[in-house]
Ligand binder design. Structure first.
Ligand SMILES: [Zn+2]
Length: 116
């Protein structure tokens, strides 16, 4: 589950292919994990399709400079907001899909991968 921002698609896809598998379902919503937290009822049935097909891992992918998040006073506040968003979404998905590994990823521009 990745943000829709086109700037991160290449780095996000490369992370998923190398860390998980060259074959994956790709879900994109503004804010990545933020969308899971705010629109879980909408997204969970879509993720259920992938789980029913046998996926074993979900990657939640956020990025700095994301337009779906509010403005931040400083970088520390932004990083904390992303970590909170990712961890909250992971808890929601782990409750919904027990046994599925959920990785939390923050892409820090221009684009270093940080697993949270
Ligand atoms: Zn974004």
């Amino acid at each position: 589950m990745c943000c829709v921002d086109d700037r991160i698609q290449e780095a996000a896809g490369q992370f998923v292919r190398t860390r998980f598998s060259p074959h994956f379902f790709w879900y994109a919503m503004p804010g990545g994990a933020l969308a899971v937290n705010e629109h879980g009822a909408l997204l969970l049935p879509a993720l259920q399709v992938a789980v029913a097909r046998g996926i074993k891992r979900i990657a939640l992918i956020n990025h700095t400079g994301c337009a779906a998040f509010p403005s931040f006073a400083d970088q520390q506040e932004e990083l904390q907001a992303h970590r909170n968003s990712l961890l909250n979404a992971r808890a929601l998905l782990q409750q919904e899909f027990p046994g599925i590994e959920v990785a939390c990823v923050l892409l820090r521009g221009p684009w270093q991968v940080e697993e949270v």
